[in-house]
Design a protein around this ligand. Structure first.
Ligand code: ADP
Ligand code: ZN
Ligand code: ZN
Length: 725
């Protein structure tokens, strides 16, 4: 008897055996979908293995209901990637395999694109004349249109011409028209629409090194902002396409940087697909088909694009590889950069990780000789990187968080006709509401954090759970009416800057003021008209944009990161500073960057400002090494959350007994955000210099953490956690 192993998209660890006939067995391959009955439901499952016999006694095995595909949807490399990922990230395998597919395919839709039907004049029609239908003017017009378009009319084309389907049908009934399936010509896969720029020596070296790779090799392309990394990607891809291969480009966020997609589309003749969250399910399926059928040359997408099937994949690029958004924060908590490296290894192809501010993990891999470092040290416009100044704030008389000399600089740059960029990574008007009489801070009713006052909304909004409340009139503790906003968000800074510089336009860019990609585009267009003005925003403004007229960047507040409990805070802060600073001086004028701080003496901050990211990162790495923190060790976080205060901690304490003590050096603790959306949260952080030892401990915990727990308590594992809040 024949049997196959199937996974389904449920939080279950098993692979399930189903019975198949000899003919089905011969047709089925791993990576194909089948419909199976599961309990009382019919589910879409994926075949992961074939076994000629099963250990289970025959009668108990259910047969499959249907085979949904004629070919595997996932290649052997992608199947292996999914298997590895489920195992490594300790996530139920069925969910991992099936999340690799577009939603419609998970629901059972047909995988292969239907050929388009087009209307043609029939042989009989050609023997007659449209004029022979004097009483049917609309059919006559339709007939004439078919005659004028020998390649046939799609319904869409017909619609444009004002021709209706029922007239085409009537013609078909008379025998004068017919439909035929239309096979589009394969698109041109190589050739340039726009010439490449002449590469400088560093760019040429980086490009040629990657192109010389035979098979798997990871390159870390470290290039200062504006050094032409994207140009290097484009030139490598040009050759990859010439070889008849496809390229996959992963980016942190595509809707925020429409320019990236534009640049690729301008350069190449081949179809360039953008995969992002803005697509409808239909569009996503269509894009997936284009990729899987080999009709797209380049795929650019955010982290989930990693699983796109590409039959001729020749190169993977991960741009801004340090960006935390490559790590999925919930559900299947994978890191798309790390899995991209695994995929490149499985496909035996080169991969390029690019950044101006590489993650310490990647720099460490260079140190270990696993990754090759490629450097771009020159800015392509020959200008120097902007100079960073630390501005000590202690004792100064501040205007809404801005130092007098910073205001002076803003004034000067604006008067010279330039643009200035003011960066503050905090949305809203004020992050804290404080009672001036008793010190009460308004709390979020559901979280252990303070909600943020959004003045225009007239609400106080929690940025952790999203709940919003009316602005209270009185202190919740003493009843005083003297509630005062404390701290500054972008909304307040907008007000302050507009008052101070009323003659200059101000464009604010953050999630509250820009709600759609379209709105962002309009705002960016206004900025690109180059009149003097102020750009104010959060990290939405920091990513990848090219602002040619910006000559001054003012970073309002970085002190929170200097003393944060999260050991990655300083790395993140430095990356953000360099990214934001990189927006200055990209045009014809050198740039200047001012960093406001109360801790000018901070040694790592000084290193960053005086010697740059490389020296800073090296110092931070030796600090991490001394403390045994990642990347010199590996971590996994067990997080429990439940409605009762002690439950989460108790559950983790019980789990901790399954783990050798040296793997859990910090013990069970309340999470830094102890209560979120009404749930109490606790952490058990595991850490080991040995990945295998850590993985082994996790193997035990995967099952233990779901056992003996109160019904409403949730517990999960986050491997290589990036967010320790
Ligand atoms: P990065 O991705 O490193 O920030 P980009 O590739 O966006 O850098 O390049 C920054 C700017 O320099 C762009 O306007 C780009 O067109 C230009 N540029 C890049 N390489 C060259 C080159 N070799 N010659 C001239 N201009 C270049
Ligand atoms: Zn009070
Ligand atoms: Zn909240």
């Amino acid at each position: 008897m024949y049997c196959i192993q199937v996974v389904v998209a449920l939080p279950l660890w098993q692979r399930f055996d189903y019975r198949v006939s000899a003919a089905e067995y011969a047709r089925l391959q791993p990576g194909m979908r089948v419909r199976v009955s599961f309990g009382r439901r019919l589910l879409v499952g994926m075949v992961v293995a074939k076994t000629p016999t099963s250990a289970s006694p025959e009668p108990s095995l259910k047969p499959i209901e249907a085979i949904l595909d004629t070919q595997p949807l996932l290649s052997p490399a992608l199947l292996e990637l999914a298997r590895f990922a489920a195992d490594y990230y300790k996530h139920p395998p069925g969910e991992v395999y099936l999340q690799a597919l577009p939603v419609l395919l998970r629901q059972g839709a047909a995988a292969h694109s239907e050929p388009e039907l087009r209307w043609h004049e029939s042989a009989l029609g050609r023997l007659h004349e449209p004029a022979s239908l004097p009483k049917a003017p609309r059919q006559r017009a339709a007939w004439q249109a078919l005659r004028d378009e020998p390649a046939g009319l799609s319904l869409q084309m017909a619609q444009v011409l004002g021709i209706e389907l029922r007239d085409l049908r009537a013609l078909a009934k008379r025998g004068y028209a017919e439909t035929r399936s239309h096979q589009p010509l394969p698109p041109a896969m190589h050739g340039l629409a726009d010439a490449a720029l002449p590469a400088n020596a560093e760019q040429a070296l980086a490009r040629d090194s990657v192109l010389a790779d035979q098979g798997f090799q990871v390159s870390l392309l470290q290039g200062i902002t504006g050094s032409g990394k994207t140009e290097v990607y484009l030139q490598i891809i040009e050759r990859i396409l010439e070889r008849g291969q496809q390229a996959l480009v992963l980016v942190p966020e595509i809707s925020l940087t429409p320019q990236t997609l534009q640049r690729f589309r301008q350069r190449f003749l081949c179809p360039v697909l953008g995969l992002h969250s803005g697509l409808s399910d239909r569009e996503r399926l269509h894009a997936w088909q284009q990729a899987a059928e080999g009709r797209a040359g380049i795929i650019i997408g955010t982290r989930s694009a990693l699983f796109t099937p590409l039959p001729r994949l020749g190169l993977i690029i991960v741009d801004e590889e340090h960006d935390p958004s490559f790590k999925q924060g919930e559900g299947f908590r994978y890191h798309a950069r790390d899995l991209a490296v695994v995929r490149a290894r499985l496909e035996n192809i080169p991969i390029v990780l690019g950044s101006a501010t590489p993650s310490l993990e990647s720099l460490h891999n260079v140190e270990l000789g696993r990754y090759r470092l490629l450097h771009l040290r020159l800015r392509s416009n020959q200008l120097q990187l902007p100079r960073l100044h630390l501005l000590e704030m202690r004792g100064l008389n501040l205007y809404e968080g801005l130092a007098p000399s910073a205001l002076q600089s803003l004034q000067e740059h604006l008067e010279r006709g330039h643009q200035v960029l003011v960066f503050l990574n905090r949305r809203g008007y004020a992050p804290i509401l404080l009672c001036h009489d008793c010190g009460w801070r308004m709390p979020c009713p559901r979280c252990s954090t303070s909600p943020v006052w959004h003045r225009r909304l007239g609400r106080v909004v929690c940025h952790h759970c999203g709940i919003s409340q009316a602005l209270p009139e009185r202190c919740g503790a003493c009843g005083s009416r003297d509630l005062r906003p404390l701290g500054i968000g972008t909304e307040k800074l907008q007000e302050a800057l507009s008052l101070r510089f009323p003659d200059f336009p101000l464009w604010r860019i953050d999630r509250d003021s820009v709600r759609s990609p379209r709105e962002l585009e309009l705002r960016l267009q206004a900025i690109h008209r180059h009149q003097p003005g102020i750009l104010l925003g959060t990290q939405m403004l920091a990513k990848g944009h090219h602002f040619a007229a910006v000559t001054l960047v003012l970073i309002v507040d970085i002190d929170a990161a200097l003393f944060a409990t999260d050991f990655r805070a300083l790395e993140r802060c430095a990356q953000l500073i360099i990214q934001v600073a990189g927006r200055a001086g990209r045009g014809n004028h050198a740039g200047e960057v001012i960093l406001q701080t109360h801790h000018r003496e901070h040694p790592l901050l000084q290193l960053l400002v005086e010697q740059g990211y490389e020296s800073f990162a090296a110092a931070l790495l030796s600090e991490r090494a001394a403390m045994g923190l990642p990347p010199y060790s590996h971590q996994a976080l067990l997080l429990a959350q439940g409605p009762q205060a002690q439950q989460a901690e108790d559950h983790l304490t019980a789990l901790a007994t399954h783990v050798p003590a040296h793997l859990a050096p910090y013990g069970v603790i309340a999470a830094p955000i102890e209560r979120k959306a009404g749930l109490f949260r606790a952490h058990l952080l595991l850490q080991s210099a040995s990945r295998p030892a850590l993985q082994q401990a996790l193997q035990t915990l995967v099952h233990a953490c779901q056992e003996d727990k109160p019904a409403r308590l949730r517990c999960w594992i986050d491997v290589d956690p990036q967010d320790l809040s």
